[in-house]
Design a protein around this ligand. Structure first.
Ligand code: SAM
Ligand code: SF4
Length: 337
């Protein structure tokens, strides 16, 4: 078998990006991500082991996967996290490793993460108001996250991206505050459309609406261009200001889905491969790894799974078509976002 056969789905999309949810556990309970009382966490035996993660990344890296994101749950609550990141970084073929965190434990781990070579970090932050932060996360303190952001900035992590999920009636009144915050600290802020996965707690705010709101306040706000078109940073459309003080990105999975260019595969905390965020179709890779000592056979099985990746999700914000969402019952903490 050709060792370097790329992983290509039925629509010609090459899979190059693996998002790994390393744990379903979290020290927060964000209203859009987890039920109030949490979920029964996976037991030690149920959660995917570091050995399996490393073997999987090793196999995929030989077939063109070069970008990894570690997410969760909250990745920093899993013991030995920094060791895992270090080991993944050492795998030949992995060019880009990053982590998405809620930032609560950054004061404790930033130095260690920096020392093992992690530089790319996304920090989720949905309110700049202590009371509202608590209402959204149902626990946790805004101060911890802000200290974490300042610390990673000081240490020299780069890029640092702040992820803000906008939820109507909850934090959409803070759009301008967030923009000012990004300008003050020179941050790359990304507004994400709320996705009604695992339930439906509120209405999303479309990127278009958010852009209009910012434009009404900042007349020099506009798309960052890449030649004749708007610049994209992954799935995020980049906007900025004349003073260049901040980049504001828009991630629009609902209003302008980017399925046509999807190059992603997800590994859930329970050890399933999930080809699409919006569909609960998952395939147990833990068993495949256990039952096959030969990496080429594992790759063939993953290739078969990738052939089941759908072309696009069917949720339509305009018509409110929720056909696919009846399938998306899993909560985001186990999938990784
Ligand atoms: N605990 C980490 C954090 O919060 O950054 C990593 C896991 S979290 C599931 C990953 C990302 O998914 C976060 O940026 C979070 O805001 C986003 N997310 C979770 N539920 C979401 C939802 N229903 N709609 C849009 N984004 C969501
Ligand atoms: Fe935890 Fe992140 Fe989900 Fe919030 S979004 S509950 S921090 S996993």
């Amino acid at each position: 078998m050709d060792k370097y056969k790329p992983l290509i789905d039925n629509f010609g999309r090459q899979i190059k990006y693996l998002r790994i949810s390393v744990t379903d556990r979290c020290n927060l309970r964000c209203v859009y991500c987890m039920p109030e009382n949490g979920v029964t966490p996976l037991s030690h035996d149920e959660v995917i082991s570091y050995e399996d993660i490393l073997r999987l990344v090793n196999i995929l890296s030989k077939h063109g996967v070069n970008k990894i994101r570690v997410t969760g749950g909250e990745p920093l609550v899993r013991k030995g996290m920094t060791g895992l990141i270090k080991n993944i970084s050492g795998i030949k073929g992995i060019k880009d490793i990053s982590m998405t965190t809620n930032g609560v434990l950054l004061e404790k781990y930033a130095l260690e993460l920096y020392n093992i070579g992690l530089r790319r970090i996304n920090i989720s932050l949905d309110s700049l108001n202590e009371e509202k932060f608590f209402r959204i996360t149902r626990t946790g303190s805004l101060k911890d996250v802000l200290s974490g952001i300042k610390l990673v900035k000081k240490k020299g992590f780069n890029p640092i991206k702040i992820n803000t999920v906008l939820i109507r009636g909850i934090n959409d009144d803070e759009i301008i505050d967030f923009v000012n915050f990004a300008k003050e600290f020179g941050l790359n802020l990304r507004f994400i459309e709320y996705m009604p996965i695992g339930g439906n707690i509120a209405e999303a705010v479309s990127s278009k609406e958010t852009i209009e709101k910012i434009k009404s306040k900042f007349t020099d706000f506009g798309p960052v261009s890449a030649g004749k078109t708007t610049a994209y940073d992954g799935v995020s459309r980049s906007f900025g200001f004349k003073d260049g003080k901040a980049v504001i990105g828009f991630i629009s999975p609902l209003s302008e889905h980017f399925c046509g260019d999807c190059n992603r595969l997800r590994l859930t905390a329970s050890g399933n491969l999930r080809p699409c965020l919006f569909y609960d179709n998952e395939y147990n890779i833990k068993n495949i790894l256990k039952e096959n000592n030969d990496d080429d056979e594992v790759f063939e099985k993953i290739s078969d799974i990738i052939k089941l990746k759908l072309f696009k999700h069917n949720f339509d914000m305009k018509t409110n078509n929720r056909e696919c969402l009846s399938w998306a019952n899993d909560f985001m903490n186990g999938i990784g976002g």
